[in-house]
Design a protein around this ligand. Sequence first.
Ligand code: ADP
Length: 497
Amino acid sequence: MAPRFPTRIPHRRSIVAAIDQGTTSTRCMLFDDHGQAIASSHLEHRQIFPRPGWVEHDPMEIWANTRRVMADVLARAEVTGDDIAAVGITNQRETTVVWDKTTGQPVYNAIVWQDTRTSEICADLQAADFEHTGLPVSTYFSGPKIRWILDNVPGARERAETGELIFGTVESWLIWNLTRGEHVTDVTNASRTMLMDLSTGKWDHELAEKLQIPVKMLPKIVSNSQVIGKIKRVNGFNNVPIAGVLGDQQAAAFGQACLEPGEVKNTYGTGNFLLLNTGNEIKRSEHGLISTVAYKLGNEPTTYALEGSIAVTGSLVQWLRDNLGIISTAPDVEKLAESVPDNGGCYIVPAFSGLLAPYWREDARGVICGLTRFHTKAHFARAALEATAYQTREVVEAMNQDTGIPITALKADGGMVGNSLLMQFQADQLGVPVMVPKITETTALGAAYAAGLAVGVYKSMKDIRAMWREQRTYHPHPTEDALFDGWRKAVEKSFDS
Ligand code: ADP
């Protein structure tokens, strides 16, 4: 079998490592000075579902897996830590860890972004108070999750007030462990807490007070591309600078070279996340999108984005596999869906934990509708893929309405882009080309770019744009509006369930 990665080993100290700590797995990838992948290693971690709506990860397992993939990727590439110029880190955003800064022990499992246990906390908050964070009040974000831990873990609030306990999203947790004590977060992750003023990039003390979170437990906010600390003896990595940190969706947008206003990417993973670069201006959405930080490089001005977050897309395919058992692997869904010419009027709205953009309805619940005796599992497969495309279309329409400038192309990445039926259907639904790059691991790539820029392995944003390579473009075919109209009606039903 041909090796997946080229065998050329670049010059010493010109390799950039990226740690991509995602919702389902942790990956470490090495990239050369041309942005080419050299090696990759990844490990899945446990998804813990203690009650309906609750989703947790074990932070210690994530840290152990991170160390293992770091060691493994060096072995696979036959290089040492001394060959690594810098490390970039990217992570599942919003997922919240609170730990003891002396012992390094988390006081509770990580509460994952999908977790909805904070709905009561959120119900007591006023949306208007949080407007300048760019976010709606939602169980999705970190602030309410921190508050839940402080309210529910015995002694946690007192220990947070004395400065014993500290908070971080997953990048912060990993950096603290890798550097043995640097307590930092980056501006993209901080922008997802409901605690950061989007225009200043600083913690808002009044909001922290509203959420009853002691400011002293919050990490220092740094830019996405700067040397922020050095790794201390972790499996072959010693004194290697950590020089790039971004939340996973921002990293994917950076890896997709969405560097100019109007450029947009969509990552098709567990959920879908569209980011539209809006330049140095914060664009406020009137159509259910989030205003967020796209990236900030060192002391340069912040670049902002409008984001459409969709909670359930690829995880609906997992649900067909694990809960219904109608496919045995995720890619099988394509063959099954292809075996029927259309959805036969069947729609699945996967509002498993409510609906995020553009609706923000925590009370919505999943529906499968339009069924007759005629339908088979193949229609379910088709409806699941179509649901991904329709949800994306809703977000793109919201973006077009917010900016008044319709997007002209969509850059796609993530685990589902290998599904040609979905990609073609997406292009048809949007009426614009959908472009898939050669390196679909854009999240890791974006973190590597940010780290490489800070230490000079990559020289400029122009270089980064030049490294984007197309694998395949799906051109749109005309489609009937009736299909999407049917989706809209199905969404209405999810509000009544
Ligand atoms: P994440 O980074 O969110 O963990 P990935 O980008 O690795 O996710 O994508 C994995 C998701 O994509 C899974 O939810 C899986 O069900 C889905 N998936 C993977 N391959 C396919 C495929 N060929 N067709 C449809 N869905 C797929």
